[in-house]
Design a protein around this ligand. Structure first.
Ligand SMILES: [Fe+2]
Ligand SMILES: [Fe+2]
Length: 273
């Protein structure tokens, strides 16, 4: 199949196994499908994992000695991976990209999708070991709702790579430590794989924004590219991992500005995921 068919399968097939389809099936990276209607729909999902309005609280770190709480945390993470797959598929489908960049942007996105599929499977295998199935807890669509505001690849990379995936550097490191503190090395190792891969995903976004920003600083270009109501506060977790950000190619100025950035969200909201 071509890249467009592949992306459509990931986004629009309700079957979970189709969302995990190996990119090796892609025979061609050309083709186009700029279908704006896709933006207004939700990814198709099996009944058991359909988006819910029910607001489930992320488990407190003081409860991580309990398998069921750890499973719940990883259930959140698994849903984020699945959302990432769907958002990346949506980007492939409806964001136009100039021919000169098209092949490299598309192959990079597909490589990232492959990593997210791997992460999803690692989390689900682990929660299965705790006796939980994916879909046993309600799942939310917060990330998807942000994706619906994205119209261009500079916006996409600002939202996905420099905001959500950058925040995940902090979260992956933070929860990796927490799992370690309750002697759960197996879960901690999963967080480390995610962390290492996430550096390359953030780097992918940093690379393209640097290509396109012209005279602007990365910081200004990034901020201007964020959709309404999304601020750099969302690009940080509970702790702040400078090291991973530097490895992803962010410069000192950018890392300092993110670190110092404050808004309402930090004050009111950042206790939960
Ligand atoms: Fe991931
Ligand atoms: Fe990622």
């Amino acid at each position: 199949m071509d890249i467009i068919e592949y992306a459509k399968t990931l986004l629009l097939s309700g079957k979970l196994e189709d969302k995990l389809l190996d990119p090796a099936v892609i025979e061609s990276y050309s083709g186009s499908c700029i279908d704006n209607d896709l933006k207004h729909m939700k990814p198709k999902r099996e009944d058991k994992i359909i988006f819910s309005d029910q607001q489930l609280k992320f488990p407190k770190k003081s409860t991580f000695h309990l398998d069921e709480r750890k499973a719940l945390a990883m259930h959140f993470f698994a849903n984020h991976e699945l959302l990432a797959i769907e958002m990346m598929a949506a980007a492939l489908l409806y964001i136009p990209v100039e021919d000169e960049y098209s092949k490299r942007v598309r192959t990079g996105l597909v490589k990232t999708i492959q990593d997210e599929q791997k992460h999803f499977k690692m989390y689900v295998n682990r929660i299965n070991e705790f006796g939980i199935e994916f879909g046993d807890f309600p799942v939310n669509d917060y990330f998807w709702r942000q994706m619906q505001k994205v119209k261009t690849y500079d916006e996409y990379f600002s939202v996905m790579a420099l905001t959500f995936e950058a925040a995940n550097l902090d979260f992956a490191k933070y929860y990796g430590e927490i799992f370690k503190s309750v002697d759960d090395d197996k879960s901690s190792k999963i967080m480390d794989v995610v962390y290492q891969d996430e550096i390359s995903h953030v780097a992918f976004g940093v690379y393209w924004l640097n290509q396109w920003r012209n005279e602007k600083s990365l910081w200004n270009y990034y901020k201007e590219s964020l959709p309404d109501l999304l601020t750099p506060a969302r690009s940080k977790g509970i702790s702040f991992d400078s090291e991973g950000r530097f490895k992803s190619g962010m410069d000192q100025d950018f890392v300092d500005k993110v670190k110092d950035y404050k808004d309402e969200f930090i004050v009111t909201n950042r206790k939960e995921w």
